[in-house]
Each structure stands twice: as C-alpha cells, then as structure tokens.
Design a binder for this molecule. Structure first.
Ligand code: SF4
Length: 264
C-alpha cells in the first residue's frame, strides 16, 4: 500500500502502471513524471518507465490490508487503457468485490471503453467510478459515465483548462475540481471554479475543491473564498452503513461456521 497525498483519497493500488496520452488534460501528466523518476530509482515495477505494464503480484494486496480505507486504483495509469486486457480488468473487479471493507475509486479518460465494458463487469457497492473532464471537448465522457451502473459516479475536473458555461450533472454524485501543478502548469481562473461550484449547488451535487495548483501547489493551497470545500457524495454515508452491516453479518457467519466446525 502507498499512502496517498491526493486530498480525496487515502492510499493507492497500482496493478497497472504506464499509459499513453489521449487528450489535452494529459499534457503534463503527473504519472508520467513520477514513472520516469521511479525508473531512475530502480523501482522494479517501473523498469519500462511509463509503458503500460501489468503487475499480477500486486493484485491481491487489498485483501491483505485489514484496515478499511479509501483506495485510488491505478493512480499511475488508466485502467481502461486499450493495452489492458478485459480479463485483467475482471480480475481487478473481483478483488475489489472480495475486499468489501475498502472503498475503491477508479478514474478514467477512456470512457468509451468503460461504457462498452460496464455491462460485463460486476459492480460491488464499494466501487466508485469517475471520469476526468478538462474542457468542453471532453464532456462526452460524462454522458458515457451516466450509463455505468456503479454505486457512485464522479467527475474530476482536473486540470480545469477552460470554463464550463453549463454541465449536466444528472446521475452524477460528486464533483472534484483542481488546477494543474508542477513545471509548465496551465492557469486555472478563479471564476471558472466558482462557476462549477454554482452549477453543483444548483443541481445539488457535492463539490470538492482539491487545489489551485501551479508550480508550487503548497503555496497556492486549496482555499476558495477563504475556506476548504471537502464535500463528499451524499450516497456514500448510506453505503458505508450497508457495508458495515454486511461486515457484521459476515463475521457472524464466520463465527457460526467455526462453531459448527468445532461442534462436528
Ligand atoms: S490518461 Fe491519465 S495517466 Fe494516462 S497519460 Fe493521461 S493523465 Fe496520464
């Protein structure tokens, strides 16, 4: 497990690493920069740098992490990349289902493949799925996401590269906004962020402001109008209760099985 510094998650799990650029939001990809650094450091999962690689030995990690946590799946890749076989995606979904005590967050720019594959995937309630939308051209991803039968559907408007005059948030449970960070970071204007926030308020969708970004993101911080905005999906609370309930049933079942085994 890798503890994550990303504000909207807790840890990361990378059974796939590497990717290729697909739209303007990818220009200054953080994962690419990081993969090159990890390759230079001799990290075995990054011997091919940012080329797509599957890591079977990582698949079962979440089953070993006993403490429930929010896990960002493939922070160093895009799960629905064309070089990731369907069978490997099925395996990942199976592990997420088995690790019902965790919450998994998947984020993709490959919404067309996501939409195509979604009916064949098993969608446990602890899996959240989101699409990245950086500008108007990428808005079609939101329509693709609406088709996906997951418990929670979310948008990551990061890096926010242009203003959104309108956004249809029907069937969307959560919106994250963030500016680009690092060398060459592109500007995000305050009025664009406020506009998205207003659209969220109008449509009753929780709003999470991640960061202003820029070359020094620590300095620019994450305050908007003097405060942080860390709203979470409303459905999430209900789902948590359900997961807790299932956990206790499972434990009771285990106790019962143990009792029956010893009785026999
Ligand atoms: S899809 Fe994501 S991981 Fe892949 S290149 Fe673009 S920003 Fe990087």
């Amino acid at each position: 497990m890798a503890i994550s510094k990303i504000e909207w998650t807790e840890s990361t799990w990378n059974p796939v690493t590497g990717c290729t650029k697909i739209s303007s939001g990818c220009k200054n990809c953080y994962a690419e920069r990081m993969a090159k650094r990890l390759k230079m450091m001799g990290q075995p999962n990054y011997t091919n740098g940012f080329q797509v690689a599957l890591h079977d030995h990582v698949l079962e990690y979440p089953l070993r992490w006993k403490k429930p946590q929010t896990i960002f799946v493939n922070s160093m890749s895009d799960l629905f990349h064309e070089q990731v076989p369907d069978s490997f995606i099925f395996k990942i979904f199976d592990i997420m289902k088995q690790s019902y005590w965790h919450r998994f967050q998947i984020l993709t720019k490959r919404s067309v493949r996501l939409k195509e594959l979604a009916p064949r995937l098993n969608w446990p309630k602890n899996v959240w799925i989101g699409v990245s939308v950086e500008n108007e051209t990428a808005k079609f991803r939101i329509d693709d996401l609406r088709w996906v039968p997951s418990a929670i559907r979310f948008l990551s408007l990061e890096p926010l590269l242009r203003p959104f005059a309108s956004l249809d948030l029907s069937n969307i449970d959560w919106v994250i906004v963030g500016g680009e960070s690092g060398i060459g970071a592109r500007l995000m204007k305050k009025e664009w962020v406020i506009q998205v926030q207003e659209l969220c308020i109008e449509q009753n969708v929780p709003f999470f402001f991640k960061q202003w970004g820029g070359i020094n993101k620590k300095k620019t911080g994450r305050l908007l109008e003097g405060r942080t905005w860390d709203e979470m999906p409303i459905k999430h609370v209900e789902l948590e209760k359900e997961i807790e309930h299932n956990k206790s049933i499972n434990m009771d079942f285990k106790k019962l099985t143990l009792f029956e085994t010893s009785y026999a």
